[in-house]
Design a binder for this molecule. Sequence first.
Ligand SMILES: Nc1ncnc2c1ncn2[C@@H]1O[C@H](COP(=O)(O)OP(=O)(O)O)[C@@H](O)[C@H]1O
Ligand SMILES: [Mg+2]
Length: 266
Amino acid sequence: MNNSILLEVNGLSKVYPNGYEALNDISFVVNKGEFVCIIGRSGAGKSTLLRCINGLILSTQGSVRIQDTYITDLSEKEKLAQRRKIGFIFQEFHLVDRLSAIDNVLTGRLGYTNSFFATIGYFSREHREKALECLGRVNMLHRASYRADRLSGGEKQRVAIARALAQEPLIVLADEPVASLDPELSWSVMGDLRKAAKELGVSTLVNIHDIDTAKHFADRIIGIAQGRILYDGPPALLTDSLLQEIYRGANPAAHSRYEQSAPLPE
Ligand SMILES: Nc1ncnc2c1ncn2[C@@H]1O[C@H](COP(=O)(O)OP(=O)(O)O)[C@@H](O)[C@H]1O
Ligand SMILES: [Mg+2]
């Protein structure tokens, strides 16, 4: 077994209960510390892929392995324990509005304590220091005591990144993390995410529909259309004709709020 491989997805398929085949025989590996962007039009299967990797939904076939644990073989209870190793970042941040930035980040520490006090919001100094360190990594120390609902969109996503990092995850999965932000902010948040992940050696998979952002930040790009991988390689080798294929392969029946905003290459 190659020790630098952190994630192995092998022959993964997903058929939803209504019969729709969202993923078809997906295989790839991600090395430790690699920053991978997954591109494809809305409906391509990007979110389904991330949800199968963290065990949120069951795959129909194939396997997902993180280090030496096969996620696809675990019981629901075992999956919960495993999920602490997987940080998840959502497009809509999913912070607790009435909690401060640091208290939101501390929720990322819940997997590391059995303390009753932690479940009601009292964390030990060790956990608070970890949370502050993570806020610092995304330049948010000055907002530590702000309530989440007082933060701007970019600040909220930085706090969500800090919360994911506070889990001390092996891998971070981010599903369209900058789709709600304006273009300039998108780049600075992606830059912070990449920098923090690289410093910590955390592997990262980012679903993103914007090709330029993906090309700029990714070590490697995986292009998906209709549940199949059409490209897996460095940004520099992703040609316009490959991009056309990836973006042409979209299922017109797919419904997604990104449909209008997904850019179509010339
Ligand atoms: N729960 C579900 N039941 C049936 N079809 C679904 C479900 N969730 C997603 N799909 C379909 O699977 C396809 C892939 O969806 P998704 O993974 O969300 O794509 P993406 O994230 O690339 O936009 C789409 O056609 C979508 O309509
Ligand atoms: Mg999606």
